[in-house]
Write a protein that binds this ligand. Structure first.
Ligand SMILES: [Zn+2]
Length: 133
């Protein structure tokens, strides 16, 4: 590969990035105008989301949420080995804004990021043991 090929490759990358940024900025403006119909709005939101996923957020870790129910009536709690899965979230840090992070719901773990488990408590008025007996 010659230096000229490198330059062409860089130029091509820059053009692609520039076109993607223009599409992102255009989508944000169109959304702000509030003139998009519902189907167009979905496409615009996807364009904005896709750009921001890549350029604004740095994935940090997966968080797997489970639920532990506590029965107010009899005091029973879900056994640790039977905790139902609640949701999978991907925690990310904003690339430019210090101390800005978020969690977004995801369906699969695709990247080699660390994963942590969180058990959330949930108070319920009755459980199957109270009602079943
Ligand atoms: Zn109970």
């Amino acid at each position: 590969m010659t230096d000229f090929d490198d330059l062409n490759s860089l130029l091509s990358e820059a053009k692609t990035l520039s076109a993607e940024r223009a599409r992102y900025e255009g989508a944000k403006q169109r959304l702000a105008s509030q003139r998009a119909n519902p189907n167009e709005k979905i496409d615009l939101l996807n364009t904005v989301k896709k750009w921001e996923e890549i350029h604004e957020w740095e994935p940090q870790e997966y968080i797997l949420y489970f639920t532990k129910q506590h029965c107010r009536n009899c005091g029973a709690e879900t056994a640790d080995e039977a905790l139902p899965f609640s949701r999978l979230m991907l925690a990310s840090r904003h690339k430019r804004l210090a101390n800005t992070s978020r969690q977004a719901r995801v369906e699969t773990m695709e990247m080699s990021l660390p994963a942590m488990m969180v058990v959330e408590g949930q108070e319920v008025p009755f459980c199957i043991q109270c009602v079943g007996e």
